[in-house]
Design a protein around this ligand. Structure first.
Ligand code: MOS
Length: 734
């Protein structure tokens, strides 16, 4: 699969099986919902049935006579909380149950706590809430468009001039639907207070941020909050934000003096832990007859909630891939009485890619040029087209060429609606992909023991992406041990601080922190070397960990075991911490970095019944060094399946009159099933990159990006019909 990358010399680069796999398949991996504590009560969230207004009355007296019911919390009796801290990409929405205000249908308005989950659910079903409804702002046409928190408008060159001097122009509107992350693992928490100390078992991609947020909101020191998240049943971004359910669990537990478990139900997962918001894009592209782009304009809007703006980033990738001198992006968010938006796999860039890469296909047809050829002519491989800085690496051309070769693109009949298989219309489409590389700072600690084993500790999480496995590989190479000799613990905020498992940055971040920790450990071990040690006088850069000891890199026979070094220092163990060191080039802005990809899709459409089948997908990704080809392949497959869902199925429908989620179950909200997913050929291009010390650029998000446009472009090739609104559904193909 990784034909392009060299055979690895160590554990990194090998397709090591998941080290946490046995725990997961035997049910011994503790998820938050598995935690049971003595005296623990169960909580059930009650959600609003209006989209705007306030709660005027909650009749709790009858509920409190029901068997097992211990408390009913509303805005009248829930603990008062402080505002949450401002954390970039991780701000909490307003604290729950602080006033009776309702800002969206489905918002938390009460919490029932009982001895059993059944009793809590029954009381939540019987609760009677009286509201004073107000007119809800549900129509985007009546909303106010505001700038995004993380992305300013951008402008380079002069798009009007570029538009004027072009030979061919296209312009259209594109939309994507609201998608919901909804990982398999229901999210929830178990909260237990001991005085001012909170022990909190949670579903999160960012334990350190949950600690920080809960400490601030409950007015206790951060050192008094411990967040456990050793396992997460998927996240796709849903676990990045400190959602109000966490405050509800912690607040109820504190008020009642008992541990409280609060798990969201599947329908609540559609409403209370974020989503990819609906987006709308206006795109204009212009080019010379030879395909040279002269103007790119991208105006985009995402829908948001009253109290939390959209993450945006719809235009973040626009103008970064192609060498166009004139680019303008404008992005806004419109606040409505809708649920809180947040990040979902490939956030923003996946939606923006749908618009830009569909428009590129339209431009190719206007030019009478092969869509792949149009990309190849415009890719800016050496330098970032805006800043002019060199790329840290850029294998996009190779992604396109390798993908085209494997897919057989050269055999494509360019005419729309010309390729048939019996009565089926067959189409081939492609798109490129970009996802900016991200290197947040984390800390990690390594401890070596006299028996030749090592412990590695960091607060970062494994959300199912393979962090346990790849960090074990990285540590094994750094320490000269086998993976079996590494004991890795993650997902505990008492461990060294770590960044979020998000933005495809954690593997890069933690690998770099381990490299730094290992260098510090070598220094400390050298300090233990006795007067007769062959290592005496060596510097940390001159030695390597190998076979359970330390040796001179230039002369491996000059070695001493960890056991001997520890004995020399009269120690039984030795620890060192390290943090992600940003390379000089990142600090001084010497280059630009991002992951790249090319996606090729074949669809077959039965025009009589509108049935669309994705028949095959070839996906090629440049994510820098591949730490583990088996797990990287899994990430790309998962992203591709998500991309098929976004293209063809996924759409949370909000009732325009009431603001209610109209399809908040997996019976109604469709996702790609096994029968919808063809064989996916996963290839990697490029190689170790200089952006991050580990050579990685991130493999989690980018797999999804580009897949919807490749499918949509294949639909056009099959049918001659340009569909610009996702998802593409049966009725559009009849
Ligand atoms: Mo990713 S959407 O930052 O979990």
């Amino acid at each position: 699969m990784t034909a392009v990358q060299a055979r690895p010399a160590g554990w990194v680069g090998q397709g090591v099986d998941r080290v946490d796999g046995p725990h997961k398949v035997t049910g011994t991996a503790p998820y938050s919902g598995d935690v049971t504590l003595p005296g623990m009560l169960h909580a059930m969230v009650v959600t609003a049935t209006i989209a705007a207004g306030s709660v005027t009355k909650v009749d709790t007296s009858a509920l409190l006579t029901l068997p097992g019911v211990r408390a009913v919390f509303t805005h009248e009796n829930f603990p008062r909380l402080n505002a949450g801290p401002q954390v970039a990409f991780g701000e909490a929405p307003p604290a729950p149950l602080q006033d009776g205000r309702v800002a969206f249908h489905g918002q938390e308005v009460a919490l029932v706590v009982a001895d059993t989950i059944q009793q809590a659910a029954e009381a939540a079903r019987l609760i009677e809430i009286t509201y004073a409804p107000e007119a809800a702002l549900l129509d985007p046409a009546h909303g106010v468009a505001e700038p995004l928190p993380y992305l300013p408008d951008t402008r380079r060159g002069d798009t009007e001039a570029g538009w004027a001097l072009a030979d061919v122009r296209v312009g259209a509107a594109y939309t994507t639907a609201e998608n919901v992350n909804n990982p398999l693992g229901l999210m929830g928490a178990v909260a237990a207070w001991d005085g001012d100390h909170l022990d909190f078992h949670d579903s999160t991609q960012w334990p350190v941020n949950v600690r920080k947020t809960l400490a601030a909101m409950f007015g206790v020191p951060e050192s008094g909050v411990r967040v456990h998240a050793p396992y997460l049943g998927g996240g796709f971004g849903a676990g990045l934000i400190p959602w109000p359910y966490k405050m509800l669990a912690a607040g109820a537990a504190r008020a009642l003096g008992r541990p409280v478990k609060l798990m969201l139900t599947r329908p609540q997962m559609f409403k209370l832990v974020g989503h990819r918001p609906d987006t709308e894009h206006q795109v204009r592209l212009a080019a010379r007859h030879d395909g040279t782009l002269t103007a790119i304009e991208h105006r985009a809007v995402s829908l948001a909630s009253l109290d939390k703006p959209a993450l945006g980033l719809l235009t973040a990738a626009t103008g970064q891939v192609y060498a166009c001198p004139n680019v303008a992006t404008v992005e806004r968010t419109v606040r409505l009485n809708r649920r809180y938006p947040s990040a979902m796999r490939g956030p923003g860039e996946a939606e923006g890619n749908w618009a830009i890469e569909t428009a590129m296909d339209e431009l190719a047809y206007e030019l009478g040029m092969d869509p792949l050829e149009l990309r190849l002519r415009n890719i800016s491989a050496d330098r970032h087209p805006g800043s002019g800085l060199p790329w840290s690496s850029n294998a996009l051309t190779e992604c396109c060429e390798v993908g085209a070769e494997v897919f057989g693109w050269a055999r494509r009949d360019p005419r729309p609606s010309a390729t048939r298989d019996g009565h089926l219309l067959v189409g081939w489409g492609m798109a490129t992909a970009f996802y900016g590389a991200y290197l947040p700072v984390s800390t990690a600690r390594i401890t070596v023991y006299a028996d030749g084993t090592a412990a590695v500790r960091t607060a970062g999480t494994d959300i199912g992406t393979g962090t346990y496995t790849v960090l074990t590989q990285v540590a094994a190479d750094l320490l000269g041990l086998s993976p079996r000799q590494i004991d890795l613990q993650l997902g505990d905020s008492d461990l060294p601080d770590a960044a979020q498992s998000g933005g495809s940055g954690l593997a890069s971040s933690l690998s770099a922190a381990l490299q730094d920790a290992a260098a510090n450990l070598r220094g400390s071990l050298l300090g233990l070397a006795g007067p007769d040690s062959p290592l005496r006088g060596a510097s940390p850069d001159e030695v390597t960990c190998r076979d359970g000891g330390l040796c001179r890199t230039a002369d491996p026979s000059a070695s001493t075991s960890f056991a001997q070094l520890l004995a020399d220092g009269e120690l039984t163990q030795l620890s060192a911490e390290g943090h992600t060191r940003l390379p000089d080039s990142a600090e001084t802005g010497m280059h630009q970095a991002g992951g790249f990809g090319a996606r090729f899709a074949e669809v077959a459409i039965d025009p009589m019944i509108g049935r669309l089948r994705v028949r095959r997908i070839v996906t090629v990704t440049d994510c820098g060094r591949v730490l583990n080809p088996k797990l990287a392949r899994s990430q790309i497959i998962g992203g591709t399946v998500g991309g098929i869902g976004m293209a063809l199925f996924e759409e949370t429908v909000t009732d325009p009159d009431t603001g209610r989620v109209a399809n908040g179950t997996f019976g109604d909200y469709l996702i790609a099933s096994c029968a919808d997913v063809p064989d996916i050929e996963v290839l990697f291009a490029g190689g170790p990159d200089r952006f991050s010390p580990a050579g990685t650029k991130g493999a989690g998000e980018i797999g999804l990006v580009g897949v919807p446009a490749a499918i949509g472009n294949a639909v056009f090739h099959a049918t001659g019909r340009r569909l610009r609104a996702l998802p593409i559904t049966v009725d559009q193909l009849m």
